[in-house]
Design a protein around this ligand. Structure first.
Ligand code: NAG
Ligand code: NAG
Ligand code: NAG
Length: 348
């Protein structure tokens, strides 16, 4: 269906070998004691009395121990190797992308620094910009909130990892510990023993990862299998959505110091509805984008009755900087305004 040639959809041998190897030993366990921030560490209010008691140490399974070693000594130890490093932009979409023209503008002048991959799960997209031509990968149906979302993300990563120049992969996520029903409340004991409640994290689906982490995602089967079986929409599953929990929880467990803990894609939940605010053309002003791009604290309101406001500075290499690289959600009608604003938008 996609105009990509077949051979490019084949994984290079080393990935196959690596994945086979990692499959064989499984993924997981870690021998160190993770340091955990309790909710109150992040909370701006003073209700810090409910620190949970430490969980008893448990004996890790063989698979967990072996996988932990593979993650640390093979996957995370991989050196960055490319004379021409690129960023892979992976688009997960039902069909056509409304903002291709804007992306074209965004990429202009950076030819040879980026690659594009499109996973269109419903219908073949019509491309408005030539830079998207031929960039569709073989796709499968995606059902919101289910593991098929993760499968699509993995498919995008597998395709993008074939190009050794791709060193960074963009789709994006935050990693908050939310003690409320839409956070920790979605945890269930089915996740035991590998995933304990205090390791449970929530994030937006959109992420950016370095190459080592992309390989790690592809090679994880231990935790992936848990989420596939036990994290699903529906009451009996606590309305667990894999795309919001799998990666934040995985990385919080296996490489907690290697992640940002906030989403680099801005979205406005301040209206307190089921869906975040979507910007119409009239909302899409220079001021709006300036506001978004100057936010340097990530704020999360917990979903429990306390509605605690969790605030943390966005630290890039230890320096407080603007949090967001991207923003959503804009109606297609906002395109012209965005194009205009982008033309004379510079971040100081
Ligand atoms: C993210 O949180 C973990 C603790 O869970 C911490 O060790 C790590 O340094 C944090 N990352 C950043 C960039 O602050
Ligand atoms: C931008 O931020 C200022 C200051 O917080 C606020 O008064 C204004 O309403 C914001 N404008 C938009 C368009 O979000
Ligand atoms: C971009 O700059 C031009 C010239 O300064 C100005 O007229 C126009 O309003 C600006 N566009 C936006 C969306 O701010």
């Amino acid at each position: 269906m996609a105009p990509r040639n077949r051979s490019s959809a084949r994984r290079p041998l080393w990935i196959v070998i690596l994945i086979a190897f990692v499959c064989a030993v499984g993924i997981g366990a870690y021998l160190y004691t993770p340091q955990h921030y309790t909710p109150c560490y992040l909370v701006s209010s003073n209700s810090c009395s409910s620190r949970p008691p430490p969980e008893p140490a448990r004996v890790y399974t063989d698979d967990e121990i072996a996988a932990r070693v593979v993650i640390r000594d093979i996957i995370l130890a991989q050196p960055v190797q490319s004379k021409n490093p690129k960023i892979a932009f992976m688009f997960l979409t039902p069909s056509s992308l409304p903002f291709e023209k804007l992306w074209e503008k965004f990429f202009m002048g950076h030819e040879d620094r980026y690659t594009i991959y499109v996973h269109a799960s419903r219908e073949r997209p019509v491309h408005a910009s030539p830079i998207f031509n031929g960039r569709d990968i073989r796709s499968e149906k995606v059902v919101w909130g289910t593991i098929s979302m993760i499968d699509a993300e993995r498919r995008l990563l597998a395709n993008a990892l074939q190009d050794p120049d791709n060193q960074h992969f963009v789709l994006l996520s935050e990693s908050f510990d939310d003690p409320g029903p839409h956070g920790a409340g979605r945890y269930s004991d089915h996740m035991l023993p590998e995933i304990v409640k205090r390791d449970w994290r929530k994030g937006a689906q959109w992420f950016t990862v370095k190459r080592q982490h992309a390989v790690l995602i592809l090679s994880d089967f231990l935790y992936y299998a848990k989420f596939k079986r036990y994290c699903k929409p529906g009451n009996e599953w606590h309305n667990c959505y894999s795309d919001e929990h799998y990666l934040p929880t995985l990385f919080n467990m296996v490489d907690p110091t290697g992640i940002a803990n906030w989403s680099v894609t801005h979205v406005d939940w301040s209206e307190g509805k089921w869906h975040p605010k979507a910007y119409r053309a009239v909302d899409t002003s220079f001021e709006l984008l300036k506001n978004i791009s100057s936010i340097d604290e990530s704020i999360h309101v917990t979903s429990n009755a306390k509605h605690q406001v969790m605030r943390r500075p966005c630290l890039w290499n230890g320096m407080k900087r603007p949090c967001y690289l991207f923003a959503r959600k804009f109606y297609p009608e906002a395109l012209d305004n965005l194009m205009n604003i982008f033309s004379n938008f510079t971040i100081i």
